[in-house]
Ligand binder design. Structure first.
Ligand code: SF4
Ligand code: SF4
Length: 440
């Protein structure tokens, strides 16, 4: 195993966004192009922008290490053209050393791997495939920073997060992994309204609803949006499946807008959410037939939260159909035609401005500047599974004293997983599905 692959494995580095794919698996390949993903696209979240602005040397170091390890001859940073200041920083640190900067428009979902790979290289990932299938490795800029740290034997114990939306002071911070969402809310000077607070972990579009403020920041938490009270984004996520089904069944007029704006459809893949909506009216074989038009869905939510004029939920219909396909193990054969982007792909991109307006978040679109405040929580909660693969095996027991950076969870033998490290000094107070540590 290459030295870097060992180092990122030991440091517990996983993809800092999405499903948290272990970096030691992802980087154990040979490819032509390393694509650094700095194309952050969730409205109001600015942690990658702030990280790139303040730590360009670390991102560059990570890019160098990974490109050497995977044998990449090209190193490309995908970043939105609107981030002038960060681009200026990268031009300075990259100099003439062979790095490329690919400037992107401000649209959603620019950070989706399929979209980024296509835009930067004009290559389309084959059906069900990965960037490696077209000679690329894509790595988020925070993951690359963590790689640079791993090469200096610094394990992954901290996370960059933005907390924005209806808060008094939107802010981007670096906090110990395991810090609670409630602590972050406090660091953002609290909500700007009275009453119960719910948060969207991961953003307005793809985030999940968090109502338990003790839930912890994990290795994949990109940030939290606090929607105003009774906001549509909360109501939509609280809708039950039978409700979604009943409304969708009666109100979908098959206008096809959901399909026309779908980024995967526009890249040429077989996906047509308006057809998936037909599954709501059927069961059995007929539903199975229409389900196949969901299989290439990346769950970006654009169809439900932007495109549909009736406020229906085609994304949820796709999620449901994908479960149906998996449970029944239904066969899928991609269409027998070469993959090619739709002629209107470039024109149909949805700008972040339009999207933010549609989501009713314009009043909350404020900077969330990075602040280094050295915050140390009194307690952290570290789930044994914060990544793709198997949960870590605990290496400590209740009552043990640990120091920040100490390895407290190991990858199960012969499985894919991630090591886990204490993020603060303290005493272990609980070992179960998560390890709790109270500061000394
Ligand atoms: S956009 Fe809405 S109404 Fe139109 S086809 Fe899609 S789900 Fe149906
Ligand atoms: S969530 Fe909707 S818009 Fe996004 S990929 Fe799936 S079907 Fe397409």
């Amino acid at each position: 195993m290459h030295k870097l692959v060992e180092q990122v494995k030991e440091a517990g580095v996983v993809g800092a966004g999405g499903a948290g794919f272990p970096a030691y698996v992802k980087f154990d390949v040979n490819v032509e192009i390393l694509l650094a993903n700095g194309a952050e696209c969730e409205p109001l979240l600015y942690k990658d922008k702030e990280l790139m602005l303040h730590f360009p040397e670390h991102v560059k170091k990570g890019m160098e290490l990974v490109s050497d390890s995977v044998g990449a001859s090209r190193k490309i940073l995908g970043i939105k053209a609107k981030n002038h200041e960060a681009i200026g920083q990268f031009r300075r640190v990259f100099g003439n050393s062979g790095f490329e900067i690919f400037e992107m428009g401000d649209y959603y979902p620019a950070g989706d791997e399929y979209v980024l790979v296509y835009e930067a290289t004009q290559r389309l990932i084959p059906y069900g495939g990965y960037p490696v299938d077209v000679g690329c490795v894509v790595s988020n800029v925070e993951t690359l920073l963590n790689v640079a740290n791993a090469a200096e034997s610094k394990p992954l114990t901290e996370k960059f997060v933005t907390i924005a939306g209806a808060v008094n002071k939107p802010i981007t911070l670096k906090v110990p992994i395991g810090t609670s969402a409630g602590e972050l809310l406090r660091l953002a000077d609290g909500p700007s309204f009275d009453g119960e607070v719910a948060l969207l972990e991961g953003g307005a579009m793809m985030g999940t609803l968090v109502t338990d403020l003790s839930s912890p920041v994990t290795k994949t938490t990109g940030g939290y949006i606090v929607p105003p009270r009774e906001h549509i984004l909360i109501r939509r996520r609280n809708q039950s499946l039978p409700e979604i089904k009943k409304i969708g069944q009666s109100a979908c007029d098959q206008c096809t807008y959901c399909t026309e704006f779908c980024p995967r459809y526009l890249l040429g893949y077989e996906i047509e959410p308006h057809k998936v909506m037909r599954t709501l009216g059927f069961a059995g074989e007929k539903a199975d037939f229409w389900s196949k038009f969901a299989i290439n869905c990346c769950e970006c939510n654009l169809c439900s939260l932007f495109a549909c004029p009736e406020d229906l939920d085609p994304k949820q219909a796709c999620v449901r159909s994908k479960v149906n396909i998996r449970v029944k193990n239904l066969p899928y054969t991609p269409p027998d035609r070469p993959l090619a982007a739709h002629p209107l792909q470039a024109d149909r991109k949805v700008s972040i401005k339009r999207l933010t307006r549609k989501l009713g978040l314009m009043p909350y679109n404020r900077p969330a500047e990075y602040t280094e405040n050295g915050f140390q929580p009194k307690q952290v909660v570290l789930p044994l599974k914060q990544h793709f693969g198997y949960p870590a095996v605990p290496l400590v027991k209740t009552g043990d004293t640990v120091t920040a950076g100490q390895k407290i969870g190991a990858i199960p033998k012969g499985k894919i997983g991630a090591t886990l490290h204490a993020s603060i000094d303290g005493r272990v107070t609980h070992v179960g599905e998560e390890i709790r540590i109270e500061s000394a």
